[in-house]
Ligand binder design. Structure first.
Ligand SMILES: CC(C)(COP(=O)(O)OP(=O)(O)OC[C@H]1O[C@@H](n2cnc3c(N)ncnc32)[C@H](O)[C@@H]1OP(=O)(O)O)[C@@H](O)C(=O)NCCC(=O)NCCS
Length: 166
């Protein structure tokens, strides 16, 4: 008889995918999926990716440039890909792609993209060194270059925002 209590070993991975069907409770005033619901899914998926890689508690330090390309319908299949594109000393930079498709259609269409940065922290909330992610494929190397460009752009944006933050 097979053991019903199957255990699956989880290795630290740099990629996570969630799939589910959007629910009636996710609705906005226009009858489509609420942007806030999408942002929550993005945060949950990205956190799972960061936490799995770091193997420590992590906090969100930055969420940037969420672009909603097209609305997502209630009852559609939603797929969220989260993948590491850069690691620093304590930071993990994660790209997110959100796709959806009608239940009776085979093809997903990209609906949203963004990059989230998490920091691995200790019990006192201080940054902890994180294991390095090394890009291997040509696409991963391009993604790391993309993340480094965004990092520089963030410095410029934050300088611009300084006078409004205080
Ligand atoms: C995350 C936190 C611990 C970082 O503390 P800090 O004093 O800024 O620490 P550091 O200056 O050493 O920065 C730590 C890392 O954050 C990164 N970071 C800081 N500001 C950033 C920004 N605006 N965008 C992206 N990364 C940033 C740094 O580049 C650094 O990465 P590295 O170690 O890979 O080089 C602190 O800012 C914090 O607790 N923030 C609140 C987190 C939180 O509550 N999140 C939930 C929001 S609802």
């Amino acid at each position: 008889m097979t053991n019903p209590f199957i255990r699956i070993a989880m290795k630290p991975t740099h990629k996570i995918t969630f799939q589910f069907i959007s629910e009636p409770t996710d609705v906005n005033f226009g009858g489509k999926v609420h942007g806030g619901a999408v942002m929550k899914w993005i945060d949950q998926t990205a956190y799972t990716c960061a936490r799995t890689w770091a193997e420590t508690y992590c906090v969100t330090v930055y969420v940037g440039g969420i672009r909603f390309y097209k609305p997502i319908n209630i009852g559609d299949v939603v797929k969220i890909d989260a993948y590491i594109i850069l690691t620093g000393h304590s930071s993990i930079h994660i790209a997110i792609d959100v796709y959806s498709r009608k239940l009776n259609e085979p093809t997903f269409t990209k609906k949203t993209h963004c990059v989230i940065v998490f920091v691995s922290v200790d019990a006192d909330g201080n940054p902890l060194e994180v294991k390095k992610w090394v890009p291997k494929t040509e696409q991963e190397k391009q993604l790391e270059t993309y993340a480094l460009k965004l990092k520089q752009l963030r410095v410029d944006i934050e300088e611009e925002m300084q006078s409004f933050i205080k």
